[in-house]
Design a protein around this ligand. Structure first.
Ligand SMILES: Cc1ncc(COP(=O)(O)O)c(C=O)c1O
Length: 388
């Protein structure tokens, strides 16, 4: 990536995740340009919508139906509405530190003891229908359901937490959620906006082997263009054709659907997942050994396609344990890294893509080493165990 001053960056932010094929992938931008020459919006169905949906269903395998939209935020709302329509219940169980879009009924931040509004202008009462529990905590789930089981419409979860850390579920945790919703007649919603088509072609459901009732996708499915989808079983999704509203002028537009078709075709015919896993593993190992060499204690956890880096040391399994790391110090460090040509975000997540190769790996590690040495030099950090 080059900025307006001509400085280059190794990009590990990838537009907050969508650029799984890199920037301006030739097949994707060519297909979108060609499709848009025929018109972009018709107020009616067109073949690309069908093609996009069929490619998504083929990649995911578990769902029967796909509904197209534009953003993850929007499709989360469709999923929640559908879960409430299906169960005729209101309450939603969610997890501390997860992000499900910016709207009033899902945006939260912690005040230390409770989860509440995160933005000026947000209506606090819109959060009243949510029960927020720690991720990876089966006892908290059991307690929640034993108290409110017959009022809970669904559990919504990022199957791998990527908005706070890069926290994988403990073995059996997602299975426990599946069993619990089945027992209480509720639904399981995976928010796969980040994990979808990134962890595997079939997303986290394939990677972790647990099937939800509904799942929301976005980001990687259109290789950098705005598109999102709700997937689900026909038993739940068919209400959209009956009595449950989801609408939107631009849903299924030509630009978005052609981007989905082109991206999903590349992911299908030339799957990058092994290369991404190898690249990410080498990057994680390289970062760890540079941190050891420089003498700074760093925590790296998650998956090669999306991992989290911070200063400090902790066993991270939920939002609370993540707070034991020195997240603020890492956020400061990220500015040093950016000034050295490493495009990363202050919240610690690193994404890898099909476009990262050996040259990018070498450049990223060299820039990381330089940044860390500068950081160790300029800061009197309590994390510096042995300065060099
Ligand atoms: C897990 C998750 N859900 C929902 C969203 C919202 O998606 P969008 O930004 O496309 O509205 C995001 C965005 O980062 C996300 O990470």
């Amino acid at each position: 990536m080059w900025d307006i001053d001509g400085m280059d960056y190794v990009d590990h932010l990838l537009g907050q995740g969508p650029n799984i094929l890199g920037h301006a992938h030739e097949a994707v931008v060519t297909a979108v340009a060609a499709a848009c020459k025929q018109g972009t919006l018709f107020g009616g169905q067109h073949p690309l919508e069908v093609e996009a949906s069929e490619l998504l269903l083929d990649a995911l395998q578990w769902p029967d139906r796909i509904r197209l939209g534009l953003t993850g935020t929007e499709m989360v709302q469709a999923a929640l509405r559908l879960a409430r329509a299906h169960t005729n219940r209101r309450l939603v169980v969610r997890f501390e530190g997860q992000y499900h879009g910016w709207l009033d009924n899902v945006l939260t931040s912690s005040t230390g003891s409770a989860w509440g509004i995160a933005s000026a202008g947000q209506v606090a009462s819109h959060l009243d229908d949510f029960l927020t529990v720690p991720f990876n905590d089966t006892e908290a789930i059991d307690e929640c359901f034993s108290r409110h089981g017959d009022e809970i419409a669904c559990i919504i979860t990022e199957p791998v937490m990527l908005n706070s850390g890069a926290i994988v579920p403990r073995p059996g945790f997602l299975e426990h959620l599946r069993r619990t919703v089945d027992k209480f007649g509720a639904l399981l919603i995976f928010d796969e906006v980040i994990t979808g088509f990134r962890l595997a072609r079939g997303g986290a459901a394939e990677h972790l082997g647990v099937e939800p009732d509904l799942a929301v996708y976005g980001k990687a499915m259109a290789g950098g263009f705005p598109a999102a989808a709700l997937a689900g079983t026909s038993m739940v999704m068919d209400r959209l054709a009956l009595d449950t509203n989801h609408s939107g002028t631009f849903n299924g537009n030509v630009m978005s659907t052609s981007a989905v078709v082109a991206t999903m075709t590349v992911l299908n015919t030339d799957p990058p997942y092994r290369a991404i896993a190898e690249h990410g593993t080498a990057l994680m190992q390289g970062i760890q050994s540079i941190a050891d060499e420089v003498g700074l204690q760093m925590n790296i956890h998650g998956l090669p396609s999306a991992f989290h880096l911070s200063f400090g040391s902790a066993q991270v399994h939920d939002w609370r344990s993540l707070q034991r790391l020195d997240l603020a110090q890492y956020a400061d460090f990220s500015h040093v890294a950016v000034s050295n040509g490493l495009w990363i975000t202050g919240r610690g997540v690193w994404y890898t893509s099909a476009a990262h190769g050996p040259n990018e790996l070498a450049a990223a590690l060299e820039r990381f080493r330089k940044s860390l040495l500068m950081w160790a030099d300029t800061r009197n950090s309590p994390n510096v165990l042995s300065g060099q």
